[in-house]
Design a protein around this ligand. Structure first.
Ligand code: AMP
Length: 178
């Protein structure tokens, strides 16, 4: 008899690393870089994170930096474009800017004003949803540009931090709740 195929949660448990007290005391950092470094792992998380949204988006927005990995791969796989949602000061032309709070600090995100045409249907991807501050900021930026955020996809969703509730009204798809 064939063994049962590995579930996505089993694959993530096998490949991802948990780093205690990083980047500061009390934070349990979920490091997905070994999943990115694994050929089957990368393909599987990208395919599964975009799956419920197939056919519903024109472009994928990735959040700097680990969201870029997922968004670029997903955009390539679906023949769509990619928007880079960047940390402050990286984009050379006129930007929309939004300040937000995250699990361990504050930040500012920016997009180029002309990267998204009004009415564009956007899927947002990132590696980890914690408090939802980062994704919430990206939603505000894209909506400011006139885009329609059709959904949010993340690999890991941290339980008990209220991220999903903060994104109330938007469809959130996570591959594993941890
Ligand atoms: P938040 O804005 O609180 O939802 O935080 C999400 C952002 O911070 C994502 O871009 C994650 O990459 C990163 N992040 C927050 N908490 C963690 C964590 N415990 N492990 C790994 N990444 C995290």
């Amino acid at each position: 008899m064939n063994p049962e195929p590995e579930t996505i949660a089993e694959m993530l448990d096998r490949l991802s690393e948990i780093v205690p007290d990083y980047p500061s005391a009390g934070i349990s950092f979920k490091d997905l870089t070994p999943v990115f470094a694994d050929g089957q792992g990368l393909r599987r998380i990208v395919d599964e994170v975009i799956e419920p949204f197939r056919g519903q988006f024109d472009v994928i927005a990735g959040l700097e930096a680990r969201g870029f990995v997922l968004a670029a791969a997903g955009a390539y796989a679906t023949g769509t474009g990619m928007i880079t949602v960047r940390k402050a000061g990286k984009l050379p032309r006129e930007v929309f800017r939004d300040e937000y709070t995250l699990e361990y600090g504050t930040g500012t995100l920016e997009i180029h004003r002309d990267d998204v045409a009004p009415g564009t249907r956007v899927l947002i991807l990132d590696d980890v949803l914690a408090t939802g501050g980062t994704v919430g900021s990206a939603v505000r930026l894209l909506e400011l540009a006139g885009a329609e955020v059709i959904g949010v996809g993340v690999v890991l969703e941290l339980d008990g931090l209220g991220g999903r509730e903060k994104l109330d009204g938007h469809t959130v798809h996570s591959l594993q709740l941890v």
